[in-house]
Ligand binder design. Structure first.
Ligand code: GAL
Ligand code: ZN
Length: 665
């Protein structure tokens, strides 16, 4: 296995470092503590544009030289950011036209971050210039091992509705459709008679009191993703032209919800997939949210190692009630990402800020300093990462299941009016991921374009929009022997967000041998039972079976007696269709049924609250065991636990909240 992007030997460990917020004497303390904790790399410069380019083309790079040299002298590598996520105040004063315009047509003001229009040629010039200046200066600095373009692109400037963006959008549409007739056709503009006579009549979907055309909204999202990608590529090109040869990435925000950009289309342009993930305080199974996001990041990386660019040591500041992490949670969270293919665990941020917008965000060095549990756990983690460093470069093994997840499909469901408005359709994919994890089955979460051969189970969970190519790839997987499970609200619309005619789930209708003639979403407190003993909430549909076996029927409600769950043999595989929104316990039983049908046995040990994942290289296998429960857990394992150096022969016992990384024999 050869992977080439890794900035440091072993696993990367560190975080965003903002020395510009601190007096010079603190820097010495910083590097001393970094060494104490085992920090190997820091992300530098993310928000320091205004302190580097102090006025238009007036540069103060001396302090950055000094920090980079200091880090280098202490053996700490640098992930150098282009600082374009936070334009300087002077730039907003000189060029207010770079500020984004919101959906109401109002221009934002200085003071936030990512306050720039992705289509602005003026901003592009300034951004590529600062990238060029930094690239030329630091391309050959031995400490600089990775480049970090901007920060969370789209996390503040996803959509801009200014006139420059409108013009860019029109050109983008012209390229996509060629003729305005093709655009009218794709969007179905006969509806409300909203026919466009020329591309010039199109504008960004600025606010209206009523809902707007879903085709327009979807293309605006696609365009906005492409505009941000174009910006990323412009900065990346500037860095390359300035002589940068190290890997270049940008930090994504891959989570459970649809992303701000179509990351599957970005992935080929990133030298390493880097993700930021923050657990959600109100989520009772936060570790599963994390696991799903990590599996998705690995899916974007085509199964290769990726980098956890940010997570937190404790509470964040941007949720309604910011939860402190429980003792040990920091270590478990980091190791969960690594178990699922990350070759490093970095944090936002190194030292907690005293002032500024994020003064209430946790950090590796808390406000209270090093006499703290967080600091001790940071040091503990640093030690563990050194002891398990040999896993770097290895890959996650044994995924027998693929779960399809697609940002564009998620956007299409989120636009305009739907049979069940506000329903978080993306939660279906996470529910499947959770249920499979609980049953010891490793799954890859992949974009629909990913190769599906080799998976014994392919889950299509609420993939509202599916292209013909996706439908064909899924059918091909079934014909080739896979068990395919399609859930309600999949394959309903085509890539223009137009309903596929002839009954739902349009794109998968022939494959599953059944179609819904009507959707019957449930009211919030309604429950419907199935004759399998399961219960459904949120969703039911009246299903007509054309060529499939009925495995379960609705037992109560208006659909009593009609099919709910079907199974069809296809080539050497099978295609299941589940029309009902199953509650968690019921979904778990469906998962068990489907796993039996597919002949899939657990590939890792199973115990309540246990998260188990295996990474492998050409020569070794490492079993990651994370006990998220409050009980002691004993599971089968043989080999050396690299965390404790204890030999496990046959079984290993994990304390409540405990972790092990067993190099298996
Ligand atoms: C991320 C961002 C960081 C920091 C962090 C706080 O989204 O990239 O700069 O703001 O959130 O959780
Ligand atoms: Zn704009």
């Amino acid at each position: 296995m050869t992977t080439t992007w890794q900035p440091v030997p072993g696993l990367a460990f560190g975080g965003d470092y903002n020395p510009e917020q601190w007096p010079r004497e603190t820097w010495d303390d910083d590097v001393r503590l970094m060494r104490e904790a085992g920090v190997s790399i820091v992300t530098l410069g993310v928000f320091s544009w205004g302190l580097l380019e102090v006025a238009d083309d007036a540069w103060d790079l001396g302090w950055l030289d000094e920090v980079i040299d200091l880090l280098h002298a202490n053996g700490i590598a640098v992930d150098l950011a282009t600082p374009t996520a936070s334009p300087p105040i002077w730039l907003h004063h000189d060029h207010p036209e770079i500020l984004p315009v919101n959906r109401s047509g109002l221009r934002y003001h200085q003071g936030g971050r990512l306050q720039w229009c992705p289509s602005s040629p003026v901003f592009r010039d300034y951004a590529t210039r600062v990238a060029t200046v930094l690239g030329r200066r630091y391309a050959t600095h031995p400490a600089v091992r990775l480049w970090h373009v901007s920060n969370e692109l789209g996390g503040g400037n996803r959509h801009c509705y200014c006139e420059v963006s409108s013009e860019h959008f029109r050109r983008w549409l012209e390229q996509r459709y060629g003729t305005v007739a093709a655009l009218n056709d794709a969007w179905g503009t006969a509806f409300w008679g909203h026919r466009y006579a020329s591309f010039d009549q199109v504008i960004c979907p600025l606010d209206s009191e009523t809902t707007q055309n879903p085709g327009l909204l979807l293309d605006f999202d696609r365009f906005s993703s492409d505009a941000l990608l174009e910006h990323f590529l412009a900065e990346k090109t500037a860095l390359r032209e300035a002589g940068v040869t190290a890997p270049i990435t940008t930090n994504l925000m891959v989570g459970v919800r649809p992303s701000v950009a179509d990351y599957a289309s970005w992935a080929p342009h990133l030298d390493v997939i880097a993700n930021d993930h923050y657990t959600i305080a109100a989520d009772p199974r936060r570790e599963r949210d994390l696991g799903y996001a990590a599996d998705r990041s690995r899916g974007l990386a085509s199964g290769q190692p990726w980098l956890l660019m940010e997570h937190s040591t404790g509470a964040v500041n941007w949720q309604p009630r910011n939860r402190a992490k429980a003792p040990g949670e920091l270590v478990r969270n980091s190791l969960a990402h690594i178990a699922r293919g990350a070759d490093g665990a970095l944090f936002f941020q190194w030292r907690a800020s005293l002032a500024g917008a994020e003064q209430w965000h946790s950090a590796m060095v808390p406000h209270a300093g090093t006499r703290t549990r967080i600091w001790r756990e940071v040091c503990e983690l640093g030690g563990i990462l050194q002891r398990i460093g040999e896993v770097a470069g290895s890959v996650v093994a044994g995924a027998q299941a693929a779960i399809l997840a697609d940002d564009v499909s998620g956007w299409a469901w989120g636009h305009g009016q739907k049979p069940l408005n506000g329903f978080p359709l993306h939660s279906l994919a996470r529910a499947w991921s959770e249920a499979l994890t609980d049953r010891g089955v490793t799954s890859d979460v992949v974009p629909p374009e990913a190769p599906l051969s080799g998976y014994r189970l392919v889950v299509v969970p609420g993939l509202y929009l599916a292209s013909d190519a996706t439908a064909e790839a899924v059918a091909e997987a079934a014909r080739g022997g896979a068990t395919v499970l399609v859930t309600h609200l999949s394959g309903v619309v085509d890539e223009h967000s137009r309903v596929r005619e002839g009954g739902y789930p349009g794109a998968f209708r022939d494959l599953v041998g059944a179609f819904a003639e009507e959707y019957l979403p449930l009211q919030a407190d309604e429950r419907v039972s199935l004759d399998t003993g399961w219960t459904a909430t949120d969703w039911t549909e009246s299903l007509v079976v054309t060529d499939a076996e009925v495995v379960g029927r609705y037992e109560s409600g208006p659909l009593a007696g009609s099919p709910a769950l079907t199974r069809r043999e296809v080539g050497t595989g099978t295609a299941w269709y589940c029309s009902a929104g199953l509650e968690a316990d019921s979904l778990d039983r469906l998962v068990a049924t489907v796993l039996t049908d597919a002949g899939i046995a657990p590939d890792v040990p199973v115990a309540p609250g246990l998260e188990a994942v295996r990474r492998i290289s050409d020569d070794h296998a490492w079993l990651f065991l994370l006990n998220h429960s409050t009980e002691v857990v004993t599971v089968d394992a043989t080999g050396q636990d690299l965390v404790t150096a204890i030999e496990a022969s046959g079984h290993i016992t994990l304390a409540a909240g405990g972790v092990a990384v067993v190099r298996e024999r």
